[in-house]
Design a protein around this ligand. Structure first.
Ligand code: TRP
Length: 355
């Protein structure tokens, strides 16, 4: 192809431009995923999805809706189906361009389950037993400690390794799973020669861990039972403002970023993410004002920033045909890349192939 292009290039300028394109280093590849469970919160948005939109020009990005991970805890089928499309719609509404990013649904690319099986045989029982998320989730779902919950990190390793991803943007709570992915990749590479890119966790500089509004020592979680603890991406303005008004602060009255003021600091972090103002500027802005004014300002900044996301989301959810097209095209591209890795793996471990 390249040679044909080169042969067809008649002027020196054309030839130089083709050479330049070839000399440009390929973009690094990014993979990440979100589980389609519950309604996404501003923690998911500010900590992950909003940052992804800043990566789309500099990296080759794949974003997966990991519905196979979701069934490690019991799901209502209709709710899972709806949440799967909603997650894809949030990706798009947040500004991920389907021309630039590959967005797809995990169960549409069968190579994930296939590679996960192989990797299961290169992951140790002891390693999986040490995963803190497994320990937490098996305590929380004591009546359903299934094998999928135990091997969840192996499926996650398969997600990442299938695409030879260089970087994986994740929150701090997923770092242990990335470490395991690296260990499994290195183990496989050591046995069979280089097969997988060993990925690195990627924490964007602006990425922030957003805490619960009701207990600011705890991460904001989409499954929190206290509705006032979380702000959903799709909450309306009144709801958002009400939740911020009820946010836990402290008995002080000063808006100041400090470790011993976790509630206020969390609100400042949220305000900073939505307005781009730094902490010094925020402290000045609210000097001499009480928490009431501050909380209202955070609520308004949040609601106003989310308004366009919410309206785009509503449009997208009314256009299933479009969402299906994005998911289909994403799955086709993802499958092509995934097959390449999977056949390499099958060859290396000694699975017979038809000639
Ligand atoms: N385990 C991740 C979470 O709960 C979701 C996930 C699944 C993921 N596969 C992934 C994240 C691959 C990054 C890469 O947040």
């Amino acid at each position: 192809m390249q040679n044909k292009r080169m042969a067809a290039a008649t002027t020196r300028k054309d030839r130089l431009s083709i050479m330049n394109q070839e000399a440009t280093a390929p973009k690094k590849r990014i993979f990440s995923g979100v589980q389609p469970t519950g309604n996404l919160t501003i923690g998911n948005y500010l900590g992950a999805i909003k940052n992804w939109t800043t990566l789309q020009d500099d990296y080759e990005c794949l974003y997966c809706v990991v519905n196979q991970h979701a069934i490690t805890v019991r799901q209502d089928p209709a709710a899972l189906r709806r949440a799967t499309y909603e997650t894809l719609a949030v990706y798009l509404a947040a500004g991920l361009d389907p021309e630039k990013n590959t967005m797809f649904i995990q169960s549409h690319v069968s190579a994930h389950a296939e590679l996960a099986w192989v990797l299961n045989c290169y992951t140790m029982f002891g390693e999986l037993s040490r995963m803190t998320q497994f320990k937490d989730k098996s305590a929380k779902h004591a009546d359903n400690v299934n094998a999928g919950l135990f091997t969840y990190p192996v499926l996650m390793a398969a997600d990442i390794l299938l695409y030879q991803a260089d970087l994986v943007p994740v929150g701090i709570d997923q770092k242990q799973h990335i470490e395991l992915t690296r260990d499994v990749a290195e183990r496989f590479n050591a046995i069979y020669s280089n097969t997988f890119t060993v990925p690195e966790p990627y924490m964007p500089k602006t990425g922030t861990k957003i805490m619960s509004l009701q207990d600011p020592t705890k991460k904001m979680s989409k499954s929190d039972e206290n509705e006032n603890a979380t702000v959903r991406i799709l909450d309306d303005k009144d709801t958002i403002i009400r939740k911020f008004k009820r946010a836990v602060t402290d008995s002080d009255t000063v808006v100041r970023y400090s470790e011993d003021k976790p509630g206020v600091s969390n609100l400042m972090a949220i305000y900073s993410c939505f307005t781009g103002k730094d902490f010094d500027a925020i402290e000045k802005e609210f000097e001499g004002k009480g928490y009431g004014d501050f909380k209202l300002a955070v609520g308004e900044a949040c609601a106003d920033s989310l308004a366009p996301v919410r309206s785009r989301f509503t449009e997208l959810m009314a256009d299933k045909a479009y969402l299906e097209t994005v998911a289909k095209e994403g799955a086709a591209r993802a499958s092509y890349l995934a097959r390449k890795t999977l056949s390499k793996v099958y060859r290396k471990v000694g699975f017979v192939e038809f000639k």
